[in-house]
Unconditional design. Structure first.
Length: 192
């Protein structure tokens, strides 16, 4: 399954390429403090080799059809604003994907998470014809919860002490959206 490029008004979602490793390293390094609070993989010290390995693994997962990962690039200037992904795509007959994305420090509070989320949700239901999307989050992550609500996800419950993060077990809120919950957004396109 090839990852398509998805054009939004302020963002372009495109597959990460090998030559994006430097930009990804810069984004992860500059956001590491915030990322460590939410994502277990951010505990490791970022390296160019590590980011290149992540990109290669993302490309392999896309080729196998098990996941899709996009770099979230600003339409003006092309800077990497974050990363978005659909995981758990196999087996395909389930028609489900788990949604995840992060926005780099210095680019938050600009509506990028909402725009990227809308583009991804619309792609999931319109192009991929999925039946369901889900997301998990640390209950302390109010910003992601707010974005999920704006996108139309519904709270489905809490998995208590489900994930180990920074040496402690944390709860994970479960959020979901069915195809029948989805309200398609009109493609906005870019303004010059």
């Amino acid at each position: 399954m090839a990852e398509p490029t998805i054009e939004g008004r302020r963002l372009t979602l495109r597959p990460l390429a090998a030559d994006d490793a430097g930009a990804l390293l810069e984004a992860v390094t500059g956001s590491q403090e915030a990322l460590r609070r939410r994502l277990s993989w951010a505990a490791a010290e970022p390296t160019l080799e590590g980011e290149a390995a992540f990109i290669a693994a993302s490309q392999a997962a896309a080729a196998s059809g098990s996941a899709l990962t996009w770099g979230l690039f600003e339409a003006k200037g092309g800077a990497l604003a974050g990363v978005g992904a659909f995981d758990e795509l196999l087996p395909a007959e389930r028609g489900h994907a788990r949604t995840a994305f992060w926005i780099r420090s210095g680019r938050t509070d600009r509506g990028y998470a909402t725009e990227a989320g809308r583009l991804m949700v619309d792609h999931a239901f319109r192009r991929m014809e999925l039946r369901r999307l889900s997301a998990r989050l640390d209950p302390a992550n109010r910003a992601f919860r707010h974005v999920l609500k704006k996108l139309g996800f519904r709270y489905e419950g809490c998995l208590r002490a489900d994930k180990r993060l920074n040496g402690r077990w944390i709860d994970q809120e479960c959020w979901g959206m069915l195809r029948s919950d989805w309200v398609p957004h009109k493609p906005v396109g870019r303004r010059s």
